[in-house]
Design a protein around this ligand. Structure first.
Ligand SMILES: Cc1ncc(COP(=O)(O)O)c(C=O)c1O
Length: 364
């Protein structure tokens, strides 16, 4: 069941009920523009919708130049297609008959891609006869899904090109671990290693007469390294639109542009138990803490010290009074978004729109 929106269009932000997920439209639009300018047509952008789970945002990313979006789950792809998005890459493996059937059904409604790293799984996908773009996922240093670069890709590529319904999309090489490595130099080195793996794999396929149409990958912490390497044709940044506390802790310097915080959790002080403490109504069910605590926006003297289910503990010499509203910057944007049904879109303090997070909880 979708929860009622915490706000109405035209309200002042102070009137919004809490906890609420706030999207600062000026900062969000600036982030869209910053990415477009940084990449400057040197690679295609396929923005990652796992971050926002919202067709309204996907359509704005496409209007800003993205060729389409990625997502991680078939049910996310369904929500995006239902919301009017026509080009979606499931940048993940889809395993098991139930999911594969739904993927095949969705491929009749939109341009759809999927990743593979296993021959049996690939054969099950091919057996559906679905028209899909299939990408071979390489393991390039993250230690998650994907096959080893080089020879192992060959058997998968042969099987894809042999299929009458599948199209060989190319390679996916995403170095997730590199995204939050703090130093620019270390992040650059991670991507240089991944680029070598991509080139080596392309050479192996070429020797067999199989051309790689496209290489896709990259996130908000490294995408300019992928672009500058020349080994990627398409980048998949997601978090850049929101910019959470964890990403803000990275070292940011050219060639990576700096993005602005655009996503906030609005919280209310619900108790003042002692002189130096305030309790807000946003705990770990309102802001994900897996990558660290939220920060209090614009109030450096206040510290969000810890979270329990429904409560956040704010410390500081002069904590805000009962009833005051605070904007929190989430530690990690993706899992925070998955806690809400609505973006309360605010411009200069006024609620301009409410966008439903239709892929919220879409984990299948
Ligand atoms: C395959 C893939 N591509 C791109 C991204 C986007 O990363 P970010 O949100 O760090 O930009 C992710 C995030 O986990 C991912 O798994």
């Amino acid at each position: 069941m979708t929860q009622r929106p915490p706000a109405a269009v035209g309200q002042r932000i102070e009137e919004v009920d809490t906890p609420a997920l706030i999207l600062d439209l000026d900062a969000f639009e600036k982030n869209l523009d910053t990415l477009t300018r940084a990449v400057a047509g040197r690679a295609r952008v396929r923005a990652h919708a796992k971050t926002h789970k919202c067709p309204e945002i996907a359509k704005r990313q496409i209007a800003a130049g993205a060729v389409g979006v990625c997502c991680q789950k078939v049910s996310e792809a369904e929500a995006l297609v239902e919301g009017g998005v026509r080009d979606v890459l499931v940048s993940n493996e889809v395993v098991g008959p139930a999911k594969i059937e739904r993927l095949a059904a969705l491929s009749r409604r939109a341009q759809l891609g999927v990743c593979v790293d296993n021959l049996d799984n690939l054969r099950q996908i091919a057996a559906t006869g679905a028209r899909l773009d299939v990408y071979i996922e390489l393991e390039v240093g993250m230690g998650r899904c994907g096959i080893a670069p080089g020879e192992p890709a060959l058997a998968l590529a042969r099987e894809i090109v042999r299929s009458s319904s599948l199209r060989f999309g190319g390679l996916q090489a995403y170095h997730g671990r590199a995204q939050h490595v703090r130093s620019m130099a270390e992040r650059r080195a991670c991507i240089a290693g991944a680029a070598d793996a991509v080139r080596a794999t392309k050479r192996v396929l070429e020797k067999e007469g199989i051309a790689t149409p496209l290489v896709t990958g990259a996130g908000s912490g490294t995408f300019m390294f992928e672009v500058e390497s020349g080994a990627w044709d398409e980048i998949q940044p997601g978090s850049y639109i929101f910019m959470d506390v964890d990403y803000a802790r990275n070292e940011w310097a050219a060639p990576l542009p700096r993005f602005q915080h655009a996503l906030f959790v609005l919280a209310t002080v619900m108790s003042r138990p002692s002189a130096g403490a305030a309790i807000v109504d946003a705990g770990l069910k309102a802001s994900s803490v897996d990558s660290g605590m939220p920060t209090v926006w614009g109030k450096e003297a206040l510290r969000y010290a810890k979270a329990s289910d429904e409560h956040g503990f704010i410390e500081g010499r002069e904590p805000p009074p009962l009833g005051e509203k605070l904007l929190l910057v989430p530690g990690h944007c993706d899992p925070t978004v998955n806690l809400y049904d609505w973006y309360v879109c605010v411009r200069r303090g006024i609620v301009e729109a409410l966008w439903p997070i239709t892929a919220r909880g879409a984990l299948l």
